[in-house]
Design a binder for this molecule. Structure first.
Ligand SMILES: [Zn+2]
Length: 254
């Protein structure tokens, strides 16, 4: 399977609009981060996780040809605001299958009512087919099995996903031991790490390193990075062996 990092930045992206922070002014391309998202291509399916405001640019950058399943972690705007831009996929493929917690589906129905509308629909509007994700109930996208992994973003429930030996978790702060069991010893773990300073709803560096010591993946990539974490190259120097900072347009194969 191929993993393509579509975006690795926190909610405002890097550079932040109008910021004069040195990381926002960096000439290193790895310090430019679109909002967090990933594309997974397996033999059976092309899966995108989250659809933030940079979705259009990300689809152009990655040349993603089709979407068999669009999975959501949670409803925050940096993970959902690009939904309208599934239009070119809808025109080619028909209704796009979306997968999310019931609460997130309800949230999207409200915010993107014209996409979910069935009567008097504007001809150019895209359509989706809704699939509710329930914890402990693996589902398939084409024939690819996806295992939901439950976690918390402060007090907000979020889903991570395991596909074969790949695990994607973002916007998590806590996870119960029973959920950690589902991902133990995976080959590649992608997990959020905002910065070194603590944050109410995101792992900081110390917390993520502890989490990694519990999960014990072969390789870990950090994502959802804030400009306050520092330059890509400097962060990498602080990390133990087999832990890497992800960057936009990084492609890995498992
Ligand atoms: Zn986020």
């Amino acid at each position: 399977m191929k993993i393509y990092f579509l975006g690795t930045g926190t909610s405002q992206g890097i550079p932040v609009i109008g910021s004069h922070h040195s990381v926002c002014l960096s000439s290193d391309k790895k310090d430019n981060r679109l909002r967090v998202s990933v594309w997974i291509e397996t033999e059976d399916a092309s899966i995108v996780i989250d659809c933030g405001p940079d979705f259009r640019q990300q689809m152009l950058n990655s040349k993603c040809p089709k979407i068999d399943g669009l999975l959501f972690t949670h409803e925050h705007a940096d993970h959902t605001a690009g939904l309208d831009d599934i239009r070119p996929f809808f025109f080619k493929q028909g209704a796009i299958a979306i997968y999310a917690h019931e609460r997130v589906l309800k949230n999207l129905e409200r915010r993107f009512d014209y996409i979910f509308q069935t009567e008097n629909k504007y001809p150019g509007a895209p359509s989706v087919s809704e699939n509710e994700v329930i914890n402990d109930q693996p589902f398939t996208v084409n024939n690819e099995v996806v295992i939901p992994v439950n976690a918390y973003h402060g007090s907000l429930q979020v889903f991570g996903y395991r596909i074969q030996d790949f695990v994607y978790l973002t916007d998590i702060k806590t996870m119960e031991a029973s959920e950690i069991k589902k991902i133990k010893g995976c080959e590649v773990l992608v997990v959020n790490c905002l910065r070194e300073e603590p944050h109410n709803t995101h792992f900081n560096l110390e917390e993520v390193l502890h989490f990694i010591s519990l999960v014990r993946p072969k390789t870990t990539y950090l994502t959802h990075i804030s400009h306050l974490f520092g330059f890509h190259e400097e962060i990498q120097k602080k990390l133990p062996e087999n832990v890497f900072v992800a960057y936009d347009n990084l492609e890995i194969n498992i």
